[in-house]
Design a protein around this ligand. Structure first.
Ligand code: GDP
Length: 365
């Protein structure tokens, strides 16, 4: 499953957010190391298209997309040198596909700050530096391995790998994250297997006091300015409000509470959507009376590959796919209506699935 890791210094609100996100209960306490083991939660991704399809098809069962959220606690200064449980935490980050970086943008004298004051830019740099140092280590080790081959032999791949690594190394050495290095998508393939920590897509969450949730505050402004070249999303969330929302079981009460605060949607819902966007995935649907279901695929997947997400036999025995575009389905209201209107496409092995496609696979067993 695809994973987003929540990182940040201790006491910035990670486990509070994680608790709201997931059913798993990580304990939130005013204590720097309260979530030592990584906590993993499986979360449904809200999708208006799935809701619409459900209304139209009225299936017995509905299955949304899910992502896994991992609360990665304990990242502190010195982690890249193995301090705290540094290496273990960094290993947990390596296993994730994207990073949610929580920054403390609230003041509260009752909540200790590990570095003595509220300063999200300094906090961000502490975390970034640890991740960059770890990457520098990884990159340097790989350079040692390929350098000789790149310089002596005619091995083209070794040469290219060496070049790409060198670009990234220089970039990291200037205190920048690999994601902003000037390399192409092709270049990336030569270093993909390293799973560099700072090349993973990132989303910043500013955890603000309750009064600033609509407007942001001076800390949020500083964060936005500091990340403006990173092409990253910045979300404003109040973990405190979120935990109050999470306690309201009645959905109507929840929406009244949100309305009172002037919010359209809970911060947690926004966060899940943003995390899903960060993973840069496509969704296709299957829509039968038994079940309407969302499936996650990588951009560029062909029809057999997409079928393989359901079951490997579907991919092996793939014959063809029947495809309806989401907009056609919603406009015409049903599969049969689409068929009658000539809006059901029959596609072969080379068809590249588009976001929102409603698919029906034919296969041999
Ligand atoms: P973590 O170490 O980053 O996982 O931080 P926690 O989620 O455990 O939060 C640390 C402390 O800060 C707890 O006592 C929380 O109740 C408190 N806290 C978290 N978010 C907020 C917030 O938005 N406002 C205030 N005032 N306190 C918060």
């Amino acid at each position: 499953a695809l994973q987003c890791g929540i990182v940040g210094l201790p006491n910035v609100g990670k486990s509070t957010l994680f608790n709201c996100l997931s059913n798993a209960k990580a304990q939130a306490a005013n204590f720097p190391f309260c979530t030592i083991e990584p906590n993993i939660g499986v979360i449904s991704v809200p999708d208006d298209r799935l809701t619409k399809l459900t209304e139209l098809v009225k299936p017995k069962n509905v299955v949304p997309n899910t992502i896994e959220i991992v609360d990665i606690a304990g990242l502190v200064k010195g982690a890249s040198k193995g301090e705290g449980l540094g290496n273990q935490f960094l290993g947990n980050i390596r296993a994730t596909n994207a990073i949610i970086h929580v920054l403390r943008c609230f003041e509260d004298d009752n909540v200790i700050h590990v570095d003595g004051s509220v300063d999200p830019i300094r906090d961000k740099e502490i975390i970034d530096t640890e991740l960059q140092l770890k990457d520098l280590d990884t990159v340097s080790k790989r350079i040692q391995k390929v350098e000789k081959m790149a310089k002596t032999g005619g091995d083209k791949d070794a040469k290219r790998t060496f070049e790409v690594l060198s670009v990234i190394k220089t970039h990291l050495e200037t205190g920048k994250s690999a994601r902003t290095a000037a390399i192409t998508e092709d270049d990336f393939l030569f270093i993909e297997d390293l799973s560099l920590l700072t090349i993973k897509p990132v989303l910043y969450v500013c955890n603000v006091d309750e009064a600033s949730v609509n407007t942001g505050n001076k800390y949020v402004d500083l964060v936005k300015d500091a990340v403006k070249d990173e092409n990253a999303e910045v979300l404003i969330i109040s973990a405190k409000i979120e935990s109050e929302i999470a306690e309201l079981e009645d959905l109507e009460e929840r929406s009244m509470f949100l309305e009172d605060l002037g919010l359209k949607e809970s911060g947690v819902a926004q966060l899940i959507r943003a995390a899903y966007r960060l993973l840069d995935l496509y969704t296709y649907f299957t829509a039968g009376v038994q079940e309407v279901r969302a499936w996650t695929i990588t951009k560029g997947f062909t029809a057999p590959q997409a079928a393989g997400v359901i079951h490997s036999d579907f991919e092996k025995g793939f014959i063809r796919a029947e495809v309806i575009k989401y907009n056609d389905f919603v406009t015409l209201g049903s599969e049969n209506a689409c068929k009658d209107a000539g809006k059901l496409g029959v596609e072969g092995k080379t068809y590249v699935v588009e976001d929102g496609d409603i698919m029906h696979f034919r296969f041999n067993v």
